[in-house]
Design a protein around this ligand. Sequence first.
Ligand code: GLN
Length: 532
Amino acid sequence: MSKYIFVTGGVVSSLGKGIASASIGKLLESRGLKVTILKCDPYLNIDPGTMNPYQHGEVYVTDDGAETDLDLGHYERFTNGAFSKNNNITAGRIYYAVITKERRGDYLGKTVQIIPHITDEIKASIKKVSREHEVDVVIVEIGGTVGDIESLPFLEAIRQLRWELGEHYAMNIHVTLLPYIKSCGEQKTKPTQHSVGRLREIGIQPDILLCRTERSISLEQREKIALFCNVDVEGVIEAPDVKSIYECPSSFKVQGLDALITKRLNIKTKDNDLKEWENYVVKRVRHPKHEVTIAVAGKYIQLADAYKSIYESLIHGGIAADARVNIIKIDSETLEKGKVDKAFKDVQGILIPGGFGTRGIEGKIKAIKYAREKNIPFLGICLGMQLASVEFARHVCGLKTANSTEFDKNTKDPVISLLAEQHQVTNMGATMRLGAYPCKLVKESKSFAAYKKEDISERHRHRYEFNNEYREVLSAKGLVIAGMNVERDLVEVVEVKGHRWFVGCQFHPEFQSKPDKPHPLFRDFVAAALTV
Ligand code: GLN
């Protein structure tokens, strides 16, 4: 039977609950335990797939094609557990399931209520994850901040679960903030006391507090927090700001967090072992030998979270090359009017991420043309690959008005277009080509050189595809069709012949990169940039 760790957050949002949960997962795995992590989001969307990146940040895609919260990206990067659509529960999904059952008559004439019907559905969804992955420990992160109306049914559900499971089967960790007030030179514990107070009002007593702080917590402060929040002094753990998120597991390890958890849950394990992680990932992130500058030209660059997995994957590529990757974020819209050579003056690699909608498209095409003509290493992801094909058609094959039908429905040369199956689609949610698909690589390609194998599997999230009617024209002029989905006859990877390193992929490699296992395309892209 799995044991459960419930992670809640208080005082303010953006405290890094996701990284904290992922770090706990990492530490427990290093003790030989099998772990999975689950995110509960209190909003009413069924999934974040239809949300604007400004609302939500990146939409992370799992192998089984679920569009999920970006915290799942952190979970996958830190741990080796299996993740599926069941690892992200939203209030929308829970309500949808309950209302569907109500319409079917499953509740046999009863009044359907938040307690017990919604809370039962939440509990069942949490337990389902433990059964599906057969793990020792399920870490359940509750999104939002304690005190929100929206998260109440989730908090009630985990309260009940802890009561049902008993002492050694469930525990609560609360992530909170200790603000430092400069004018009086003091670290304040009151917001934490209030937050824990709110939790206790609804019957949840945290076992451990993870305190986000800029400065270290004195023993006196620890004792005060412990006394007023009703936790043991050693249960007051510091979560300081660190240079890299990959240092978090070590920072918790030295404070004995994992030992505290295994003791509290009564689990016998070997000692933790983060040696490889610390000697490879942390060391190289902190003290890299080299340095390289990569430009990411997209339309959501103001938002740190919009291309989260891409930024992390670039860092992973840097770890493999023992290099610091300086990321320059360029607004693709400004490239439309501005000078490209000025924007890319000090840049050794150019990456065009995925995206939707017309804004900034021509700027991205200018950037791709520059990378192709100046022999600058280039990685185009999803929309980036589609636009690389359009750019090649326009400027190498002379198809001047070539475009994707996403941006010009009536283009004379639809190099990128919709498959017939997508024409019938009317719903926006979960209707793209989603999740893992196989791809066969061509042996004489940069991609094969990176993966060192022909058969790969990568995750997708798009509607439009490379139009096979243009394969011959573009190949004849030097666009290498380097990867195909054989079964469905779809182009997955394009490269430019004779270029130092120019790869466009229809899939999202950034969803499968880990700091200790950098993705082959990111690894080789960063390595190629280092040779510029
Ligand atoms: N907008 C493009 C499509 O739907 C690309 C999507 C993406 O980059 N994720 O196919």
